[in-house]
Write a protein that binds this ligand. Structure first.
Ligand SMILES: NC(=O)c1ccc[n+]([C@@H]2O[C@H](COP(=O)([O-])OP(=O)(O)OC[C@H]3O[C@@H](n4cnc5c(N)ncnc54)[C@H](OP(=O)(O)O)[C@@H]3O)[C@@H](O)[C@H]2O)c1
Length: 338
């Protein structure tokens, strides 16, 4: 039987490989943009790993924390919460000197019509932060959508492929990457660019979006016929472990699961588990945003949760009355309008 507590516990229970890696990491950890969908569980995961590894290390979570409940929960779990607006140089100047930083603040949805805000968040904020923390080690969240859409037969885009950003959101993601690369080259800042494709956490995510359509008997668009995804616990663990792999000049890694998930397959499998017959619309596109995750898997090992397990978890989550936070991923979008 799923509950929010059980999901939360699963997402924040550290593996041995995380505990071992964090005990090899020198210095405290700070997570910037920690108040969103991934940051709270990442912060608690880090704090629990540090505690279980008996490490003398602080974990700071920095965000505006408009949600008071999140702030309280973080503090109860040993995370040091700092309320800050990362668009403010004064707030950035007041942050503690921390060696290891996960940079996950960013803006995607609402870009269409307010492009300047997205560029400000994704290109200006990195510059402000890097000016303050030139000597730090960064894992920088980016997106798998910076690549061209490719057919499944390609095996997915590789880190060495040329970016092909469509629309201003992904263009601003490239700006963020290039700014981090620039500081890494000029000042020796250690950087790992973390190109993530779709975290899955039952309350939101591509599988949750498809499941809502199955349950509500809405047609599912096959235009974007396949995708990659990764369990949020694995994505968060990977980000923390990647602090050990940041380099100057900057390194880049694709972070996603090893499977290519067909939208039709995922919908039909959810339909079997939920006792519903999904319906479809659109012609399956030949190309999609797909990442090749071979480099990450050889560096970090396989994710702990398979695609099939994520689908089973999702169906059971819905049967058990689990909530949907209604932040759709818009994974169907192929023209870069967010
Ligand atoms: N989730 C995915 O599947 C996925 C896939 C690819 C890339 N990414 C990227 O990975 C990062 C983390 O993902 P996420 O899903 O957790 O993103 P998210 O839900 O958008 O979280 C980012 C958080 O940053 C904080 N923030 C925004 N502006 C801020 C400011 N001026 N000062 C301080 N904090 C600010 C916000 O929390 P407060 O309201 O508390 O400030 C926001 O919730 C994002 O950059 C996202 O675009 C995510």
């Amino acid at each position: 039987m799923w509950s929010e507590e059980k999901l939360h516990d699963l997402l924040t229970t550290p593996s041995k490989r995380l505990i071992d890696d964090l005990s090899r990491l020198d210095g405290d950890i700070m997570i910037l943009g920690a108040g969103g969908k991934m940051g709270p569980t990442m912060s608690i995961l880090a704090a629990r790993a540090v505690k279980e590894g008996k490490q003398d290390k602080k974990v700071f979570a920095v965000s505006r924390f408009s949600d008071e409940k999140t702030r309280k929960e973080l503090e109860e779990n040993g995370v040091i919460v700092i309320r800050a607006d990362l668009q403010s140089s004064a707030d950035i100047a007041a942050l503690p000197d921390v060696r290891n930083i996960i940079f996950m603040v960013g803006r995607k949805f609402g870009t269409d019509g307010s492009e300047a805000l997205t560029w400000g968040m994704n290109a200006v904020v990195p510059t402000l932060v890097l000016e303050r923390f030139k000597g730090a080690t960064f894992v920088v969240f980016s997106s798998g959508n910076i690549y061209a859409q490719v057919p499944p037969s390609s095996g997915g885009s590789r880190e060495t492929d040329r970016p092909f950003p469509i629309g201003e959101y992904t263009q601003s993601c490239i700006a963020r990457e290039r700014i981090f690369e620039y500081y890494s080259r000029i000042y020796g800042t250690k950087v790992l660019i973390f190109r993530l494709s779709y975290a899955i956490a039952l309350e939101y995510g591509v599988i949750s979006d498809i499941a809502q359509k199955v349950v509500n008997e809405e047609p599912i668009n096959l235009g974007n016929a396949c995708f990659n995804c990764i369990w949020q616990g694995d994505a968060n663990e990977s980000a923390l472990r990647c602090l050990l792999h940041a380099t100057s000049p900057a390194a880049t890694i694709n972070i996603t699961g090893p499977e290519i998930a067909g939208v039709r397959y995922v919908a039909e499998r959810l339909g079997e588990l939920l006792g519903k017959a999904p319906s479809f619309t659109g012609t399956p596109g030949e190309a999609a945003y797909l990442e090749n995750s071979c480099k990450a898997i050889s560096m970090l090992g396989y994710p702990s949760v398979s695609l099939e397990t994520m689908i089973e978890y999702q169906a059971q989550w819905i049967k058990d009355g689990g909530r949907y936070i209604n932040k759709p991923t818009h994974f169907e979008e192929k023209k870069g309008v967010y």
